[in-house]
Design a protein around this ligand. Structure first.
Ligand code: AMP
Ligand code: MG
Length: 352
């Protein structure tokens, strides 16, 4: 077990913060593990140019060794040191970086195989969160960082949830408050022949991407389970993911029919409800615990809350968690993608 140190960076002045981040940057350069906030979720960082440091990320998370890591850079222009950048990358970078977008490109040989899990490509992201950007710039090396959760669990979006998983497994945890977005970055793969494929949806939607990439394809793994023997473009997509301990069941139906169905269930039940219906669940004769996912017309709020709520629900302990099946439009595609995996593809369609 490591002795984890904490940096409370939330809301303090730049002059107080700089020496603290310099110390964390030193830890990274020496091969240590530092958890830091980003605008999407918390990241578990190591020096991406150091094979043994990046290998220690897999051990700390219990992550399968064939699931590659995203490297985080301080400026979009740094990408050319580590990847073969293409004109499409430059256009994406101009529009969306810094921000919640990851781009997969052919890797240069400076990137160790422990980062790419043996692939010839590497995923690059330039985060917008000021603490993340300053930490990366101070480290002077790219930072390999997957989400800072134990493998399979929902990604942490606040300091307490990071500590729940990573205390004693990492050298430093930086508290940067709540992550603004709450779901992981959008991932786009760019191939050498100019094809662009969405591998993981996020806050940046297919519609926004198509303004720059009109020919963008969407990988079938975004919405569907992998078929037996199918090769996956993004290895992370083949694992049970984002899952709380209690089984999640997604209900595809009108709201009234969903309420009727839930009212007929037994056991200790948690319901993720849109805000406008939360009181109706609270008033049900059978007792269910209600967790407010946010207004049905505000998917950004739902994205911000989803992983936070799944982890809080696990702390109480339930037999089952019921939630509405999101649509596949805009930001809701990212919610659909995460929730369908959290539910291990369990969807019940209720016809009135
Ligand atoms: P996370 O662990 O939450 O940071 O997720 C990282 C995601 O990026 C996983 O789904 C990985 O499979 C994906 N990824 C990282 N590198 C690559 C790559 N070179 N090609 C395709 N997907 C990648
Ligand atoms: Mg993850």
């Amino acid at each position: 077990m490591k002795k984890t140190e904490y940096i409370f960076a939330n809301g303090i002045s730049d002059t107080e913060l700089t020496p603290m981040l310099s110390q964390a940057a030193d830890t990274l350069r020496r091969g240590g593990l530092v958890v830091f906030p980003t605008e999407t979720v918390y990241g578990l960082g190591a020096n991406a140019l150091d094979p043994s440091a990046s290998a220690s990320i897999y051990a700390a998370k219990g992550r399968p060794s064939d699931n590659p890591l995203i490297i985080h850079i301080a400026h979009p222009s740094d990408a050319e040191r580590y990847t073969e950048v293409t004109p499409l990358f430059n256009r994406l970078a101009e529009r969306f970086m810094p921000g919640p977008l990851t781009v997969v490109l052919p890797a240069k040989s400076i990137i160790p195989k422990t980062v790419t899990a043996g692939l010839s490509t590497v995923a690059v992201r330039c985060p917008q969160n000021p603490i993340a950007r300053r930490l990366i710039a101070l480290a002077g090396v790219p930072i390999a960082a997957p989400s800072a959760n134990l493998s399979g669990s929902p990604s942490p979006t606040c300091f307490q949830h990071v500590c729940d998983d990573m205390n004693g497994r990492v050298d430093v945890i930086i508290d940067g408050g709540e992550c603004e977005i709450g779901l992981e970055s959008t991932i786009v793969a760019l191939s050498e022949n100019g094809e662009a494929t969405l591998l993981r949806p996020g806050r940046i939607t297919p519609g926004e991407l198509r303004e720059v990439l009109p020919e963008l394809k969407i990988s079938s793994a975004v919405t569907e389970a992998l078929k037996e023997g199918e090769t996956v473009l993004s290895p992370g997509m083949k694992y049970r993911h984002y899952a709380p301990i209690a089984p999640v069941v997604l209900l595809k139906s009108e709201e009234k029919a969903r309420q009727k169905y839930i009212s007929e269930q037994s056991g200790k039940i948690a319901v993720l409800s849109y805000s406008e219906y939360a009181d109706e669940y609270r008033d049900m004769p059978c007792s269910v615990d209600v967790y407010d996912l946010g207004p049905s017309c505000e998917p950004d709020v739902q994205a911000h809350r989803l992983f936070y709520l799944l982890r809080e629900i696990d702390k109480v302990g339930y037999d089952r968690i019921f939630a509405p099946l999101p649509s596949k439009d805009g930001v809701e595609l990212a919610l659909y993608n995460r929730m369908i995996r959290a539910a291990a593809y369990t969807v019940i369609e209720i016809n009135k």
